[in-house]
Design a protein around this ligand. Structure first.
Ligand SMILES: [Zn+2]
Length: 511
């Protein structure tokens, strides 16, 4: 080991798990990202990585600040979905343990994480991973990880880490910057800084649409936390959690990392933030527009050019939260109501995309949606259609969360249903970057109504076309419905606010 040229193990494990979605398999990781060894390094330095952007951010800052030697192990990411199949997760853990044993000794470990995973057989795979890492490298080696602000945080996670870095923005447009931040902390830890992490969790599980950070209660909390960074406070992360994980770890959690091993400072600040969050809990309630009202509005807007165009978010079928990306409630209703100049993206249906590819551009046919998938909310729908344009589905995002990220929707097709043009894809993902329409020749600025299957990340990509007041969240059925009372919860600690109005919280005794 060398302080002049530190050897840093690099790994990633990121998935957001929705208890109500189908199990996430090895094939799902394979389709998204499951890479090892030098491919990790070349992706991180490529300028358009297939990994989460924190990895290139970390590499860029480490490269800028002096010599270091990355020792890449494995990076596995999958689209949000159900709990990870046990065999895949066990094998992944074993791989990481073996890699750390075989390629050490290390000066440090960096993990591109998410924090809201579930696996068959464990409700805290993230905690299990950090436990494995800590056991392998011992108590004194810096282990730093970056987390999505939707992470469900456990003691097991923080107790095995040196610095906990959570995203500050939702839509997540700061992932790259958080990787840069992690590298700065890494340099400080390598220089000998001693840290302590503390957390305070609340019985507060806000609906996911109430967690935007441009304005609102969550924005206020995060901003408050950031005013406290400095002195002995290294990092403040206010983690809202991911409701649909339905796990014992659910609950908004303030996580604070302090330097000089100042555990009391970390604990005091975490308690301060949690107390503040609880005092504003009523502000985390948020309504939506009914499907009927949304369709009526869409028809009116599509027929009256004097009105501003709108974007309708199908928040209950958000693949970015484990939705299947194939519910037809909005599609059918808009088509039946005669809405025009509508562009709709992206609809996950590999069989339909394959059919379009088989027929070719210009062909007309009866498009049958959801012939292959039979989830509770994935209802069939038939409609006359024309194949407008075909694509292999590969693109590099240009704005918001996916800026400079290489993404792949699989074989895809733009279908014209008459009044409604829909992008049909093969690899399930949410619609959050303008490229997902533009690659088919669609001009977003000319659409009257844009429909996206996304909870909120689309705001980061489509903000150049739509102001917040032109955005409507539509209340449809689905695996990611913000109406938490729609679900049968099994592991969520109860009572929890706002699901249980009577929920109370007694702050832990001050540190
Ligand atoms: Zn997230």
């Amino acid at each position: 080991m060398s302080k002049d040229n530190p050897r840093i193990a690099i790994l990633g494990f990121a998935i957001e798990c929705n208890r109500f979605s189908p199990v996430t398999t090895a094939a799902d990781f394979e389709q998204d990202v499951d890479i090892r060894g030098n491919q990790i390094v070349s992706e991180a330095r490529s300028g358009a990585s297939i990994t989460m952007p924190d990895l290139p951010g970390f590499f860029t800052e480490m490269d800028r600040t002096g010599p270091w030697t990355p020792v890449p192990l494995r990076v596995a990411l999958a689209q949000p979905g159900g709990p990870v199949e046990q065999n895949f997760f066990r094998t992944f853990l074993g791989d990481i343990a073996a890699g750390l044993a075989a390629s050490g000794p290390f000066d440090a470990v960096f993990v591109s994480a998410h924090g809201a995973a579930l696996a068959e057989g464990t409700d805290d795979p993230d905690g299990d991973l950090f436990d494995v890492i800590r056991r392998a490298v011992g108590p004194d080696i810096p282990v730093i990880a970056v987390f999505d602000l939707h992470a469900n945080v456990s003691r097991k996670m923080i107790d095995n880490l040196s610095v906990f870095v959570g995203y500050l923005e939702n839509p997540h447009t700061d992932i790259y910057e958080r990787g840069v931040e992690a590298a700065k902390h890494m340099r400080e830890c390598l220089a000998g800084a001693r840290t302590a992490i503390e957390m305070v969790k609340l019985p507060l599980v806000p609906p996911q649409i109430a967690l935007l950070t441009a304005r609102g209660p969550y924005a206020d909390l995060i901003r408050y936390g950031q005013t406290k960074v400095g002195g002995d406070i290294v990092n403040v992360s206010v983690m809202a959690g991911f409701a649909y994980s339905d796990s014992p770890k659910n609950g908004l959690t303030a996580v604070v990392t302090a330097r000089n091993a100042n555990r009391k400072a970390a604990a005091d600040l975490a308690l301060d933030i949690a107390t503040r969050a609880w005092s504003m809990k009523e502000r985390f309630k948020r309504g939506m527009m009914s499907l009927a009202d949304a369709v009526q509005l869409a028809v009116a807007v599509s027929r009256d050019r004097r009105r501003k165009p709108i974007i309708l978010a199908d928040v209950a079928d958000n693949p970015g939260g484990g939705g299947r990306g194939n519910t037809t409630y909005l599609l059918r209703a808009l088509k039946m109501a005669g809405a025009e100049h509508v562009i709709f993206g992206v609809f996950n249906d590999a069989a339909l995309a394959a059919k379009a590819h088989e027929l070719g551009e210009g062909a007309t046919f009866t498009a049958s949606f959801n012939t292959r998938e039979h989830q509770e909310f994935s209802l069939p729908f038939d409609c006359e259609a024309k194949v407008v344009k075909l694509s292999d589905g590969k693109y590099v995002g240009r704005r918001g969360v996916l800026r400079n990220v290489s993404a792949d929707m699989g074989p895809s097709a733009l279908l014209d249903l008459g009044g409604v043009q829909v992008v049909v894809i093969s690899y399930r993902c949410q619609c959050m970057d303008p490229r997902q329409f533009e690659m088919f020749g669609l001009d977003i600025a000319h659409a009257r109504v844009v429909v996206v299957k996304s909870r909120g990340h689309f705001r980061g990509g489509f903000d150049e076309f739509f102001k917040p007041e032109q955005v409507y969240e539509v209340d449809c059925p689905g695996l990611t419905s913000p109406v938490l009372a729609n679900f049968t919860w099994s592991k969520l600690p109860r009572p929890v606010y706002p699901l249980d109005e009577e929920t109370t919280w007694t702050p832990p005794a001050a540190a």
